[in-house]
Structure formats: structure tokens, C-alpha cells
Design a protein around this ligand. Structure first.
Ligand SMILES: C[S@@+](CC[C@H](N)C(=O)[O-])C[C@H]1O[C@@H](n2cnc3c(N)ncnc32)[C@H](O)[C@@H]1O
Length: 248
């Protein structure tokens, strides 16, 4: 191996303008890019024309390359001596399996660096007008996965249903009804504001406003599909005054 290295880079929530300067520079200089499906259009276009572009996929139900194959691919490309940018939507360490990929690189002796990105919760909140920790509303923000494992979502519901916090569920659309029921069963009022943001920061962003009592039905009626986040907490109501992106 002569000088091969991997940069694990967060590409942000979608809008290419939310890339960090460092991410844009690395993408523009890379010999090879390995990217996931949530990497926004226009970001891959920043790569050199001769750069190898490898789609690693990973939609919830359609894993284009299994995780082991992705880990092995990164090692192989670096061993060819290439500068490899492993691009992940949002931030690579937030529900991104970036840590697992780095562990393989460490075991294989491949040098690496990590570049953080704007995670979907921050991007969607900014573009929907939900200040996640507005001090009149929330003392904490919790990022949690709503991904169904074996048909159930095993989460610490009493901790999630505490007052004065904002909870953001990633990958929770398929489990939205269950999530809302559990939050109410563990103490939050049915009138607690709740929202879904789909394709946040992109031109087609959709924000659905509801409450824990109405979200599941409203979501089913809307036909909204992933990628989307569920945001629960009274900061959601600030959308009415602070929304700017969808009303431009
Ligand atoms: C596997 S996780 C990756 C999260 C990513 N590493 C991050 O930091 O944002 C994918 C989930 O993130 C959420 N997500 C990512 N981008 C989004 C966007 N632009 N709008 C809404 N939700 C998004 C969705 O819940 C999606 O199912």
C-alpha cells in the first residue's frame, strides 16, 4: 500500500450548500468515492471526472452492499493506494454505522480521518423552524432510532416521555403509530405537538404538523414515506412563527 487513506465524511442532510468546506475539498480531491443513498444530488458531482464512484446503497429494505462488503471495499481501495472518501448522509457517527467501518480500517492498519456533517435532526429543525432546545420549551434534545427490530421498537419509553425535552426519531416512519402510542402511554399528553419532516433541507421538503394523538392518522393520509424524521415536543409549535424555508 502506498499512501492509501480513507476519509469518513458526513455529507449533511441533503442541501449541498450544507456540506462543510472540508468535505467539499476532500470530495473534489478524492480518487474514489463510496456513497450511500441519502447523499444529496449535486454532492457527487463535486468529484473529479476521473474519480471512481461506487454506490453502496442502504435503503431500509434494500441493502445494496452488505456492511461487510462495504468494510472490505474500503480496505481494498485504500490498499490500492487511493485516497478514498466514504460519504455518508448527515453525520457519520449518528445512526450512520461509521464506527463499525472505522473498526475494520483500524484492524487492517488503514489510516483514516473523520469529518462531521450536519445531522438530519439539526438540518430538518433549522429548515422547519423548530429550535430544538428553545429554553422556554426544552432542556434537552434526544436523538433516537425508531427502526423496528423483530417487529418491535425497544426503547426506554419512560425516559423519552419526560416533559421539557425534544425527541427526534430517526427511521421511525414505519413505527410512527407505535411510537406515538408509547409516548402517550408513558405520560405525555395526546395534545403534545409532533411533526414529521421528509426530505429536510431539499427543495421537496415536507413538514407535517400534528400531535401525538393525531400524527399516525395524518401520516397515513399524507402518504409520506422515508426518509423522514419524527419530532416530538412543544418546540414544534414554533414552526408557525419561525418557518421560513417552505414559505419562501
Ligand atoms: C441511517 S439514518 C442516517 C442518519 C445520518 N447519519 C444523519 O446524521 O442524519 C437515515 C435516517 O435519517 C433520517 N434522515 C436523513 N436525512 C434526512 C432528511 N433530509 N430529511 C428527513 N430525514 C432524514 C431519516 O429518518 C432516515 O431514515
Amino acid at each position: 500500500m502506498a499512501g492509501g487513506k480513507v476519509w469518513l465524511v458526513g455529507s449533511g442532510p441533503g442541501d449541498p450548500d450544507l456540506l462543510t468546506v472540508k468535505a467539499a475539498r476532500l470530495i473534489g480531491g478524492a480518487d474514489a468515492l463510496v456513497y450511500d443513498h441519502l447523499v444529496g444530488e449535486g454532492i457527487i458531482d463535486l468529484a473529479r471526472p476521473d474519480a471512481r464512484r461506487i454506490y453502496a446503497g442502504k435503503e431500509a429494505s434494500n441493502h445494496t452492499l452488505p456492511q461487510d462488503a462495504i468494510n472490505g471495499l474500503l480496505v481494498d481501495l485504500a490498499r490500492e493506494g487511493l485516497s478514498v472518501v466514504r460519504l455518508k448522509g448527515g453525520d457519520p457517527f449518528i445512526f450512520g454505522r461509521g464506527g463499525e467501518e472505522l473498526e475494520t480500517l483500524v484492524s487492517s492498519g488503514i489510516p483514516f480521518e473523520v469529518v462531521p456533517g450536519v445531522t438530519a435532526a439539526a438540518g430538518c429543525a433549522a429548515y422547519s423552524g423548530f429550535p430544538l432546545t428553545h429554553r422556554d420549551h426544552a432542556q434537552a434534545v434526544v436523538l433516537v432510532t425508531g427502526h423496528l427490530k423483530d417487529g418491535t421498537v425497544n426503547l426506554d419509553w419512560p425516559a423519552l416521555a419526560r416533559p421539557r425535552q425534544t425527541v427526534v426519531f430517526y427511521m421511525g416512519i414505519g413505527a410512527a403509530a407505535h411510537i406515538c402510542r408509547q409516548m402517550v402511554a408513558h405520560g405525555l399528553p395526546e395534545t403534545t405537538p409532533a411533526a414529521v419532516v421528509r426530505c429536510g433541507t431539499l427543495p421537496g421538503q415536507q413538514t407535517l404538523l400534528a400531535t401525538l394523538g393525531t400524527l399516525a392518522v395524518r401520516l397515513a393520509e399524507s402518504g409520506i414515506r422515508p426518509p423522514a424524521l419524527i419530532v416530538v415536543g412543544s418546540v414544534v409549535d414554533l414552526h408557525h412563527r419561525l418557518s421560513w424555508f417552505e414559505s419562501r
